[in-house]
Design a protein around this ligand. Structure first.
Ligand code: SER
Length: 319
């Protein structure tokens, strides 16, 4: 196999910081170039890192050429809540960034491209429970609209230009090593930090707001498994549904209370509740399981235990 040179765009984000470390294990630290528009967090201190803005097409093309990149993981995006505040910029970054990457893949014969989609591609008219792979998709957020359009662009570049681009519709991603920025599912990360530092959390969603969620370990595994699968197994060239667990804030709070009995939660729903209401409560991921063997490892109890086991040490180190 030809030596792989991996470019990660948006590596300083919630997913990027953990995916880069997963890629190190597969391809070796020296073959993974982490890039972002600003310096990475401490977590990526050992990474081979460079500043790169996906919106600057010329710079991006030169970078890919110079470094003889064979795989691109393009993660830079504006998420759902932030996107509603600045819709034009969200569209610009989420769309033009992707098209730049797909064009570069054609130009420099990049072997594989990964681009994340989201449950935000679904909308209020989508069947809410066990949402199928192929269904009604009328997203109401700009983020969701851009992800749905992006899925179609990926399928188009695969069909017409032969780009081996692959994608997953992530549920809310929960990790403790890095924080999300501007998503509707961010509460499920913030709550752990607040439970440990203040024993109290004020939630911006209603207690019964059910959403599909996934522990970061599973998200990284799903991404690497999808990218390692033989091309002929990938029957979906838009993005795969993947699922691990679904819960609401009240259930997450009860699970945390098993470990921190005096933890308290209060509810003060804001504009993000309407976004949550437009998304599925649970996802059917049969296609991903059949095509490339997707299988999650973490449920709510196991994830909570793992986070509350590791996060206190991380917080103590930061003080
Ligand atoms: N976690 C994302 C968000 O809330 C969904 O893809 O925006």
């Amino acid at each position: 196999m030809k030596k792989q040179k991996i470019l990660v765009i948006g590596a300083g984000g919630q997913l990027g910081t953990e995916l880069v470390q997963g890629l190190w294990k597969v391809y070796g630290q020296e073959n993974v170039i982490a890039t972002d528009i600003k310096d990475p967090q401490e977590v990526l201190a050992q990474a081979r890192f460079e500043i790169l803005d996906v919106l600057k097409q010329k710079q991006l093309f030169e970078f890919i050429k110079k470094n003889e990149i064979t795989q691109i993981y393009h993660l830079a995006a504006v998420l759902s809540a932030t996107g509603e505040k600045n819709p034009k910029f969200a569209w610009h970054l989420n769309m033009d960034g992707l098209i730049h990457v797909l064009d570069a893949a054609v130009e420099f014969k990049v072997e594989k491209v990964y681009w994340p989609s989201s449950i935000a591609v679904f909308g209020p008219t989508t069947p809410r429970h066990q949402t199928p792979q192929h269904t009604v998709m009328e997203p109401s957020t700009i983020y969701g609209i851009s992800k749905l359009a992006g899925e179609r662009w990926c399928a188009w570049y695969h069909r017409n230009k032969g780009v081996d681009v692959r994608s997953l519709r992530y549920p809310g991603l929960i990790g403790y090593k890095s924080k999300p920025g501007g998503g509707t599912t961010d509460y499920a990360v913030d709550i752990f930090f607040k439970a440990l530092t203040e024993k109290r959390y004020e939630c911006f969603l209603r207690p019964d707001a059910y959403l599909p969620m996934m522990y970061m370990e599973d998200a990284v595994k799903a991404t690497l498994d999808l990218m390692e699968a033989p091309a002929e197994k990938i029957t979906v060239r838009a993005a795969y549904n993947i699922s691990a667990m679904s819960f609401c804030p009240q259930e997450l709070a009860s699970e945390i209370k098993k470990h921190i009995p005096d933890f308290e939660i209060a509810y003060n729903p804001d504009y993000r509740q309407a976004i949550a209401d437009s998304w599925p409560a649970s996802i059917n991921d049969t296609q991903a399981r059949q095509d490339w063997g997707w299988q999650p490892q973490y449920n709510l109890a196991r994830m909570t235990e793992d986070i509350l086991h590791h996060l206190p040490r991380l917080l103590a180190e930061k003080v």
